[in-house]
Design a protein around this ligand. Structure first.
Ligand code: ADP
Ligand code: MG
Length: 701
């Protein structure tokens, strides 16, 4: 066995960028793809689109300056010729590619201006008898300044010097028909000559299956570890007292749906446990999550604890505040409002009330967990639209709530990092209720969310008429204007949502202002309002209140109204440039209407030409009103990253497995996780070590 290679400090930094922190991580840094340098393609047989290796003599080499400085070489073999083109090149490369040199070039063939060409092929000088590679050449994911050659050497050294012992017992591997770990990694780094390039590229080779299984298994094990570890941490026992909660239910102007009662029951049981709840409440837009949150908050309050209710935007947080203030006033509970835009004095005052315990319910934006705020006795933290928050923000809120019950004055926020595993037993942390209108497809729930408990509101309150969705090309904008006019003149209200402009917030602001101006001119007979993220909060609140009260008939807005805004009299939603928005966003926006008994309409106004993806998205939203179905399609269209939202972090994402395509492996991994934890806890530990040794604690948020 050779010795471990020394790694230069500069290289270490680059490896870290690739997520490689330990030598063992090199083993699992697997090729992105392979290049086939095992044979030569005669030039007259290559076609555009092919990846090929060709060999010939440079017949001509020159630097052209139009359209930009380019090195162009003509490579000829016995049957034909093609061009090699380099936009960035070193003098040494130019020398290597001088006339008369014999060159082997590998790259993608395409049709260029003068005929077939390769752009930036990998080239090397060869003799007539330079041997071909015996096996496929791995191509690794890498980063600027770290060459394939250097990376390849480090990996080869790791393979030669590190133990590759299997983490899993033989019996399990046999039962699950999985190959041994050592063979699999060796094969993937150095595929033998007889392995088909196709099965490696498609990642369905047995070696890939084992790796993907291992990755999924590690994910399952870590999720379960988190789940179990949570059972060891302490939280206040908030048993239902039915004092305040029953009052609220009685006073509500509506009866809870069966689904609302069911999920509140689940939450209520969790709150009564001495361990922190981490429950995700899912319910489509308009399913009535807010009242469930209010009940949960009351259960904490009737046990003498505080509750915090956090929403991602000022508009939404304020709406919650107003709603809960009205609901809770008869119970003698006055929530406190806290947002970043409050004046310093007001903020201070709110923070004091929270710290003294005078305030039982704090509602606001992420200002709730800023440094200056500390809770007296936080029992429950509620996070609305949880996917809009960063992991860090949610961790901060939870940390804030830690109560050192061993101390007389249990006032200050606990500074300990959450990553500290063995929490002191006398340290209590609040229960957490996360809410989202973005449903989680089944495979996602089984993988990324396996550490959370999930409640689903699967029923809408009665009396809702489904929203009708129309796709309208921008060319027919006038017809949309007519719709707006007739809805508003008929006593209803409408939203006009302005396009999303990713590149620039300034541009976005400009667009919304222009649209506002245009619509004010178009509808002199209507009272038109304007809401966007740059308004100061008092102004925003004034506009929203006016719209809610029916004083404004048409609201021109950016996507700030995307989440949660609730004005039942609004029955028309126009989404301008709908093609720029994501599926979940479109569904959320559409959910702003259809909240009353009137027939509601959502117009998706689009600009032609539509990209393939935009067309697919619009079609899905047009065809379905079901948030769950939409999320499922979203997963297929874009992969899990976007759906996971802030839960995602580089470390959390699966690198190799694809939860949809590899659902069979996901099921196997779940089964294996059970067996390992039951019968082979040491193996489970070893496995986690290999796969997760340096992953951040991304899950407990
Ligand atoms: P979301 O789940 O999207 O957050 P909300 O909590 O904003 O939904 O509720 C949407 C609307 O439905 C609100 O106006 C709310 O008061 C109303 N609502 C909630 N539950 C019921 C119910 N059981 N019956 C009738 N209306 C309800
Ligand atoms: Mg809501």
């Amino acid at each position: 066995m050779s010795t471990p290679q020394k790694i230069l400090p500069a290289t270490l930094g680059k490896l870290a960028k690739l997520g490689i922190h330990h030598r063992t991580d090199l083993l699992l840094h697997l090729p992105l793809r392979y290049e086939d340098e095992t044979h030569l393609a005669p030039i007259d047989t290559v076609q555009p689109g092919m990846n090929a290796q060709v060999q010939g003599v440079i017949k001509h080499s020159e630097i052209t300056f139009r359209p930009r400085r380019t090195l162009v070489c003509r490579l000829q073999d016995s049957g034909g010729e093609l061009y090699l083109r380099f936009l960035n090149f070193y003098p040494s490369q130019q020398k290597q590619l001088a006339e008369g040199r014999q060159i082997r070039a590998i790259g993608e063939v395409r049709m260029g201006y003068y005929g077939l060409e390769m752009v930036h092929p990998k080239c090397r000088a060869v003799d007539d008898d330079t041997p071909l590679q015996q096996s496929l050449t791995p191509v690794y994911p890498t980063t600027a300044g770290l060459s394939q050659a250097v990376l390849g050497k480090l990996i080869a050294n790791a393979l030669a010097t590190l133990p590759l012992a299997d983490t899993l017992p033989d019996a399990l591997l046999q039962k699950m028909k999985l190959a041994g770990f050592a063979d699999c990694v060796r094969l993937l780094h150095n595929p033998p000559p007889d392995v088909s390039a196709g099965s490696l590229e498609q990642r369905n080779h047995a070696a890939w299956r084992r790796i993907k299984f291992d990755e999924l298994l590690a994910q399952q094990l870590s999720m379960r570890a988190h789940h179990r570890e949570r059972g060891k941490r302490a939280a206040p026992e908030l048993a239902p007292q039915h004092r305040l909660t029953a009052r609220l239910v009685k006073d509500l102007p509506f009866a809870l749906t069966g689904a609302q009662q069911k999920v509140y029951g689940e939450i209520s049981r969790d709150l009564a446990q001495p361990h922190p709840m981490q429950r995700l409440l899912l319910g489509d837009v308009g399913s009535g999550k807010t009242v469930v949150a209010a009940l949960a908050a009351l259960q904490a309050i009737e046990n003498g604890y505080q509750a915090a209710f956090m929403a991602p935007t000022e508009i939404l947080a304020e709406q919650h505040y107003l709603k809960l203030r009205d609901w809770l006033a008869p119970l003698g509970i006055a929530p406190v409002w806290l947002s970043g835009s409050l004046k310093k004095k007001e903020k201070q005052l709110a923070a004091e009330c929270i710290a003294s315990g005078e305030t039982l319910l704090a509602i606001g934006t992420h200002a709730l967990f800023q440094e200056q705020v500390s809770f007296h006795k936080l029992g429950l933290a509620i996070v609305d639209e949880q996917h809009k928050f960063g992991v860090q923000q949610r961790l901060a809120l939870r940390n804030k709530g830690k109560i050192d019950v061993g101390r007389a004055s249990a006032r200050h926020a606990c500074p300990e990092p959450v990553e500290a595993v063995g929490l002191k037993p006398d340290l209590q942390e609040p229960h957490q209720l996360m809410m989202s209108a973005t449903p989680i497809p089944r495979t996602l729930a089984m993988s990324y969310y396996a550490d959370l408990d999930v409640s689903v509101i699967d029923e809408l309150p009665p009396g809702r008429t489904p929203v009708v969705t129309k796709l309208v090309s921008d060319a027919r904008r006038d017809e949309v204007f007519a719709r707006v006019r007739s809805a508003c003149m008929g006593g209803r209200q409408a939203y006009w949502v302005c396009p999303l402009i990713d590149e620039s917030e300034a541009l976005q602001l400009q667009t919304v202002l222009e649209t506002f101006q245009l619509l004010t001119q178009t509808f002199p007979e209507l009272r038109v309002g304007l809401a966007h993220g740059r308004l100061d909060s008092a102004e925003k609140a004034r506009v929203m209140a006016a719209f809610k009260a029916g004083e404004l008939q048409l609201l021109v807005a950016t996507t700030v109204i995307e989440v949660g805004v609730d004005v039942p009299n609004a029955s028309l939603m126009v989404i301008d440039h709908a093609e720029r928005m994501g599926l979940a966003q479109l569904h959320q926006l559409r959910g702003r209407v259809g909240r009353g008994a009137a027939q509601s309409l959502c117009v998706l106004l689009y600009q032609q030409p539509l990209s393939e993806l935009a067309r697919a998205r619009l079609k899905i939203v047009f065809e379905s009103n079901d948030g769950f179905a939409i999320a499922q399609q979203d997963l297929q269209l874009r992969g899990p990253g976007e759906l996971l939202g802030a839960r995602q972090s580089g470390a959390a994402m699966l690198r190799f497995a694809d939860i949809d395509a590899d659902e069979d492996l996901l099921n196997l991994a779940r089964q294996a996780a059970d067996e390992l934890l039951r019968d082979f806890p040491d193996a489970a530990q070893k496995h986690l070590q290999r796969w997760m040794a340096n992953k951040h604690d991304y899950l407990r948020a």
